[in-house]
Design a protein around this ligand. Structure first.
Ligand code: HEM
Length: 458
């Protein structure tokens, strides 16, 4: 059996590259070592961390992450604790983790999504109306506003009022604090998170966290005091939930779950929507095909019409393939000695599926740097060849909502308005906290209004 390959450079050097140039780090090492290698980067714990990009190996891990060969512990995600708290599902393990998922999953699937459809379209329409003609905008800001409103509505059942405004502002400031590769260093270096005074990044972070908590706890207290059985938002469902012994979630548990859903639920989808707008407006052929499909929709005011469109679906998939917002799955821990891809794995090792590199495999996606939605119409990929939402026991709880939202937002914006991309240079992927965002801002201009069939440039 072969020894696990590992870059020889010291951990601080590897960590620096991983923080500032994650794509370069992954590409270089996979080119050098193949489908599996040990990464020596800061990840908030000292266990060896293995990155793997072989779809068969990832399939094996994600279909065996139910406790015998692999587990999916929450304590290895400590890195996220300052943001989402230690009682969030991402930091829970075993039964506790599964129970929490059972509570949170239902509102993100099936019937509930239909209710969100109309809300998503309304929010998108309002934003278009407020955007003056001929003016350009940073696409991320527009998309973040839309996805934030959607998640606040879904999680709290509110999208207006003073508390909403304050929460939106604080979350935006908080997430923008890790909006560049340099600023993202704070996520990986705990000493930067310490409070050295109000001028220090850690001090600012803690102040914003305290203000955010105040709003979240106030909302929880108010809702506890005035229970409304007719409300079906996630906070209401979690407030009413009881375990076998009749115990409900504590305020701290509720706060941590809310925070996790707010953060995971809007930044990721906003990044994906920004990339989608970028690619659609970079490639006239893609835009032409998409607009032909959208113009054939009989009732664009019915958001469900957008969900069935094959080319729009392919555009969303290709966006999530070429720029997966989450580069890696959460770590799975090896629980017994085993062999994977010809290498010996020992208990305690952490292994992460490398979503980015799987999506870049030439054997699966010929010419992988090219944005070509047609590949999703020509071939069906397995859930381990195309896995923007991970898989197994930690598969993204918001995957259905995110895909639903992408199609409705894009369908609504593109049928209503004609846009132009103003960037003259290609936009590159760059780190945004623990996710992969854009290195440069994507500037889009609202060029004209469209009626359903024809364009009226004003
Ligand atoms: C384009 C948008 C999104 C992408 C690309 C994405 C991706 C992911 C990935 C890769 C994982 C880890 C899965 C694994 O380790 O196997 C994950 C987990 C998670 N996602 Fe998403 N996500 C998105 C949107 C959302 C939304 C809209 C929500 C909630 C409203 C959400 C909530 C979560 C939560 C709570 C987890 C942790 C699950 C657990 O620990 O069991 N995500 N997501």
């Amino acid at each position: 059996m072969q020894t696990l390959p590992s870059p020889k450079t010291p951990t601080p050097v590897q960590s620096t590259q991983w923080i500032f140039d994650p794509v370069g780090y992954m590409k270089t090492n996979f080119k050098r070592y193949g489908d599996l290698f040990e990464a020596c980067v800061l990840w908030g714990n000292s266990a060896p961390l293995i990155m793997v990009n072989d779809p068969k190996a990832v399939q094996y891990i994600l279909t065996h992450d139910t406790r015998k060969e692999f587990t999916s512990p929450g304590d290895v995600n400590k890195l996220l604790e300052p943001l989402v708290g230690k009682r969030n599902m991402m930091l829970l393990s075993g039964n506790q983790h599964q129970n929490r998922r059972q509570l949170v999953l239902p509102p993100f699937h099936g019937e509930r999504l239909t209710v969100y459809g109309a809300i998503i379209q309304q929010i998108s329409n309002d934003l278009i109306t407020q955007w003056p003609l001929h003016e350009s905008r940073n696409t991320r800001e527009i998309m973040q506003k839309i996805t934030m409103q959607v998640i606040l509505k879904a999680v709290f059942g509110l999208h207006q009022g003073e508390r909403y405004q304050q929460l939106e502002q604080l979350l935006r400031i908080r997430l923008d604090m890790t909006g560049s590769p340099l600023a993202s260093a704070i996520v990986f270096l705990p000493w930067l998170q310490k409070d050295y005074g109000s001028w220090s990044p850690g001090g600012r972070l803690l102040k914003i966290a305290a203000q955010t908590d105040e709003l979240l706890f106030a909302e929880i207290a108010e809702r506890r005091a005035n229970p409304d059985p007719d409300r079906v938002d996630i906070l209401s469902l979690l407030l009413a939930a009881r375990d076998e012994d009749g115990n409900g979630l504590t305020d701290q548990e509720l706060r941590d779950e809310m925070m996790g859903l707010l953060v995971a639920g809007h930044e990721t989808t906003a990044t994906a929507l920004t990339w989608a707008m970028y690619w659609i407006h970079s490639l006239p052929e893609v835009k032409g095909k998409l607009m032909a499909e959208l113009d054939a929709v009989t009732n664009p005011n019915d958001p469900s019409e957008f969900l069935k469109l094959p080319y729009l679906t392919a555009v969303c998939n290709e966006t999530l393939r070429i720029h997966p917002v989450a580069m890696l799955t959460f770590p799975r821990r090896v629980e017994m000695p085993m062999e994977l891809c010809g290498y010996q794995l020992d208990p305690g090792m952490l292994i992460m599926g490398c979503i980015y590199l799987i999506h870049q495999r030439e054997d699966l996606y010929p010419n992988p740097q090219q944005f070509r939605p047609e590949r999703f119409l020509e071939k069906k990929f397995s859930p381990y060849e195309f896995l923007p939402f991970g898989g197994g026991v930690r598969r993204c709880v918001g995957s259905a909502l995110a895909q639903y939202e992408m199609k409705i937002v894009l369908g609504t914006l593109l049928t209503q308005c004609d846009f132009a991309l103003l960037n003259k240079q290609p936009v590159r992927p760059g780190r945004r906290g623990v996710t992969l965002g854009q290195k440069q801002s994507v500037q889009i201009q609202k060029k004209g209004l469209r009626s359903q069939q024809s364009l009226q440039t004003v």
